[in-house]
Write a protein of this length. Structure first.
Ligand code: SF4
Ligand code: SF4
Length: 279
């Protein structure tokens, strides 16, 4: 049985919000019986682009993370819903019934991704229903995927075994795996949002002038284990990525032939730009 999955590439998202706008256009002012009641014009972000800034000037990067209902296979919202108000279709899509779910605010609170919004006027929990009505009408992808200009969002309708192979091939991850809810939304390059980096610049004084040092070897170690390596670019800049937040203190060593090596301690709580290290 083929089921729907959404693949989101964090590195490709530019925060243009076209996916969110297309979704708003689909549901604001429109009822889709059995799938979704009208989306309020304000306050609901069924597709929410979250933003994470890493590092400090001058080495900063910004990642954008589109978050929507993850269509969990072990969905907490289903467990707290009464009267069959939340159901999972055979194709994997989770539907919050726009009639049966009325008054059931516990569905909002049960979602570990904050993907359910409360419609005050209708007293109704609402979330992105994967555009199930469009897929049923023959669409190949939901509107968010067709609207995305960079290909950061795409939908695939495949057997679970094939999805397992795609996940392994493309290095796809789940958001909040610790929640254990088996989402059907998969993220590529999620480290850009969830992990930390250490960045800096290497320089040296040559003939009385401070010069950038290209080609210096930078190594981050904890005890005897090498955690990451980098080589400085033409501007003397380096970056070591995919570190766990709050992971403690590392030894950062910078080596370049003809200069004395430098080692300094770097405490990683969040991403950090250590500035210029002079050899
Ligand atoms: S993301 Fe939230 S609303 Fe969607 S299926 Fe999972 S628990 Fe339910
Ligand atoms: S349309 Fe694509 S690039 Fe734009 S915000 Fe959505 S996912 Fe990101």
């Amino acid at each position: 049985m083929k089921k729907w999955n959404l693949i989101v590439d964090v590195a490709e998202c530019t925060n243009c919000n076209l996916c969110a706008l297309a979704t708003q256009d689909e549901y604001s002012g429109n009822e889709w019986p059995g799938v979704a009641a009208e989306m309020p014009r304000h306050g609901h972000r069924w597709i929410d682009i979250k933003r994470k800034e890493r590092g400090q000037v001058p080495q900063v990067d910004v990642a954008y993370l589109p978050v929507m209902c993850q269509h969990c296979d072990d969905a907490p919202c289903m467990k707290v819903a009464k009267d069959g108000a939340v159901t999972k279709r055979a194709d994997g899509i989770v539907i919050i019934d726009p009639v049966k779910a009325r008054g059931q605010k516990q569905i909002v609170e049960a979602c570990p991704f904050d993907a359910v919004f409360w419609n005050e006027e209708k007293q109704l929990p609402q979330a992105w229903p994967f555009d199930a009505h469009l897929l049923d009408a023959g669409w190949k992808e939901p509107r968010a995927a067709t609207a995305c200009p960079t290909g950061a969002i795409r939908a695939v309708n495949v057997e679970d075994e094939e999805m397992t192979a795609i996940r392994a091939r493309d290095g796809l991850e789940q958001l909040k795996p610790e929640a254990g809810v088996k989402p059907r939304v998969w993220y590529r390059n999620l480290y850009r949002y969830t992990k930390c980096m250490v960045a800096g610049t290497v320089a040296a004084t040559i003939d009385g002038q401070e010069e950038c040092i290209e080609g210096a070897a930078v190594t981050l170690r904890r005890g005897d284990a090498t955690v990451g390596t980098a080589t400085t670019d033409a501007f003397g800049d380096f970056r070591i990525d995919r570190l766990e937040p709050d992971s403690g203190t590392y030894a950062l060593t910078i080596e370049k032939e003809g200069f004395p090596a430098r080692t300094l301690d770097v405490a990683v709580t969040d991403s950090i730009t250590i500035g210029t290290v002079t050899l």
